[in-house]
Design a protein around this ligand. Structure first.
Ligand SMILES: C[S@@+](CC[C@H](N)C(=O)[O-])C[C@H]1O[C@@H](n2cnc3c(N)ncnc32)[C@H](O)[C@@H]1O
Ligand SMILES: *[C@@H]1O[C@H](CO)[C@@H](O)[C@H](O)[C@H]1NC(C)=O
Length: 323
């Protein structure tokens, strides 16, 4: 047998081994053994269901208004599974069926996950895009028309910029920040101006809108972040749009591992509504923000070879700095 045939044989054998390995892992994930308690808290609430058109999906948006205090109840905006959200789900289902792409992704992340953060791996591979709100939902929350234009916005922790796009079309200048280098490359490719994570509040710019989506539980100093945001908004009209995954579980990703942040916000209450009340009164109001609107939406992430997509439970707030 010549050398190259030998190599092909080894390669094929190796791929077969790898596929069977993945299939066994898949059984473990979908079974009931999720190993560490941290992995459990991070993943067990990512429940998926392939029935996206039916009643299951409508549950993602439901809130029990009686569980909210009166002054917060009137701020709740009901969202629905709209066509833009459905289109994201459809695309995600399709992508997760591309077997060879998924195999390659899975191989890449198995090799690099001990040393690189999951965010950066996704950035390298250009996978794991996220969806928070549609254009329509964004406009309804901020009470703006589809034609409304503002001057300047800033998206903190923008990820790959997929979510930035929904809001960015309403602004002449869009700035973003990111810690993950591969994500920064993706953002630069989409022609956003990337600012340093310690630079954006020192440029002297005032922003009409700052978005801080799913970042509060992933950064080391969330309270300092809120106070820097407050100082950087245009006085009077500037707004902060903030999304938080509930139940609120703050962990910071450093390299391949997860650690507790320096400023640890402990949110009490088990239910979505209780946690929303806590964030409103104990975190936002005590740190200089009043809530103007709240909605409940699923935080969707593109799937992989195990799942069509992942779902987390999000609360989205529009916040106005107190005078
Ligand atoms: C859960 S993702 C959210 C991405 C996007 N905003 C969304 O809602 O889909 C959090 C992102 O924040 C980034 N990040 C973490 N700490 C940060 C910080 N101090 N400043 C800017 N970005 C940060 C991470 O690299 C990650 O991409
Ligand atoms: C999503 O896929 C379903 C079923 O294939 C289809 O009926 C629906 O029109 C699609 N929706 C969008 C918005 O692409």
């Amino acid at each position: 047998m010549c050398h190259s045939q030998m190599r092909t044989l080894i390669f094929v054998g190796w791929v077969l081994f790898y596929v069977s390995f993945l299939l066994s892992i898949r059984k473990m994930w979908t079974g009931k053994y999720v190993r560490s308690p941290l992995a459990r808290t991070l993943f067990t609430n990512m429940v998926t269901d392939s029935d996206t058109s039916g009643h299951e999906a409508q549950k993602w948006y439901q809130c029990s208004p009686d569980m909210l205090e009166e002054k917060v109840r009137s701020l709740f905006v009901q969202s629905h599974l709209d066509t833009e959200t459905q289109a994201f789900l459809n695309r995600s289902v399709e992508k997760s069926s591309w077997l060879f792409t998924q195999l390659y992704h899975s191989l890449f992340s198995t090799i690099f996950s001990p040393v690189i953060s999951r965010t950066s791996i996704n950035g390298f591979l250009g996978r794991g895009s996220m969806f928070v709100i549609s254009k329509d939902q964004f406009q309804r929350l901020l009470r703006i028309s589809p034609e409304w234009k503002g001057e300047r916005m800033l998206d903190l922790g923008a990820g790959d910029g997929g979510v930035t796009e929904v809001m960015g079309c309403h602004f002449n200048e869009v700035y973003v920040t990111e810690v993950s280098t591969p994500m920064k490359w993706q953002l630069q490719r989409k022609r956003y101006s990337v600012l340093g994570i310690d630079e954006w509040h020192r440029t002297g710019f005032k922003y009409d809108l700052i978005s801080c989506l799913n970042l509060l539980d992933r950064c080391d100093e969330p309270l300092k972040l809120l106070s820097d945001i407050k100082k950087s908004l245009v006085p009077g009209t500037g707004r902060l749009i903030l999304a938080a995954v509930l139940p609120f579980q703050p962990y910071v990703e450093i390299g391949g591992s997860w650690v507790r942040p320096k400023e640890h916000i402990k949110v009490t209450g088990k239910m979505w509504e209780e946690q929303v009340m806590y964030l409103t009164t104990e975190v936002f109001q005590k740190n200089g923000f009043d809530v103007e609107a709240i909605t409940r939406v699923p935080y969707l992430c593109e799937g992989d070879m195990y799942r069509d997509y992942y779902v987390l439970d999000d609360a989205v707030f529009v916040l106005k700095p107190q005078d």
